[in-house]
Design a protein. Structure first.
Length: 169
C-alpha cells in the first residue's frame, strides 16, 4: 500500500542533515532504474538506491552503506562501494557527491522492504539512520505462464534453468 512507502528522504536545510561540519547526507532515495521515486516497483523491476551527500573537507574518505530488510525484518543484504576500484579507499574532493547502487530485477520478493542507511567518514561511523526508506515490491503474473501465487523466501531470483532429454521411450 502506498501509505507504507517512503521512497525518498531529503533535508532542505543542510545544517539539519545527518552528519557533521565536514560531511552531511542531503538525500537518499529508492526508485525504478530510469524512473522516479514515485513509480511502482515490481518483482521484475531493476531499481536504484541513491545517496547525495556534501563533503566540505578535501581528502576525506566517505563510505555510504545500506542495509536492506524484508517485511519480516530479515536482513537480505548490506552493501557499500567497497569492491569498486574507482572509489575504494580513495578520498573525495569537496562538493556534492552522488553514489548509487543498482539492484537487478528478479531478485527481491514481493512485499514491503526497508532500507537503513549507514554512513562512515574516514572509517568511523558518522551516523546511522534506521528505516530511512521503505518501498513496496509488487507481485506480477508476467513470465509465469498462468501460475500466480506467493513464492517463499526472502528473495526470488530468476536463476537460469534448462532441461534435456537423457533418454526417451
Amino acid at each position: 500500500e502506498a501509505s507504507s512507502s517512503q521512497t525518498e528522504l531529503a533535508w532542505n536545510d543542510p545544517t539539519s542533515a545527518p552528519g557533521d561540519e565536514e560531511a552531511r547526507l542531503l538525500r537518499v532515495d529508492v526508485r525504478p532504474a530510469g524512473g522516479s521515486s514515485s513509480d511502482p516497483i515490481t518483482i521484475h523491476t531493476p531499481c536504484v538506491i541513491e545517496f547525495e551527500y556534501w563533503n566540505s573537507r578535501p581528502d576525506v574518505y566517505l563510505h555510504p552503506t545500506f542495509y536492506l530488510y524484508n517485511e519480516q525484518g530479515i536482513l537480505i543484504c548490506s552493501t557499500g562501494p567497497t569492491y569498486f576500484p574507482n572509489w575504494r579507499e580513495k578520498t573525495f574532493p569537496t562538493g556534492l557527491i552522488r553514489s548509487w547502487c543498482n539492484i537487478p530485477g528478479d531478485l527481491l520478493n514481493n512485499g514491503l522492504h526497508r532500507v537503513s542507511v549507514h554512513f562512515a567518514k574516514n572509517d568511523q561511523t558518522l551516523f546511522r539512520k534506521e528505516d530511512a526508506l521503505s518501498f513496496e515490491v509488487h507481485d506480477t503474473a508476467s513470465k509465469r505462464d498462468g501460475w500466480y501465487g506467493e513464492w517463499k523466501g526472502a528473495i526470488r531470483p530468476m536463476f537460469d534453468w534448462d532441461s534435456e532429454i537423457v533418454s526417451s521411450d
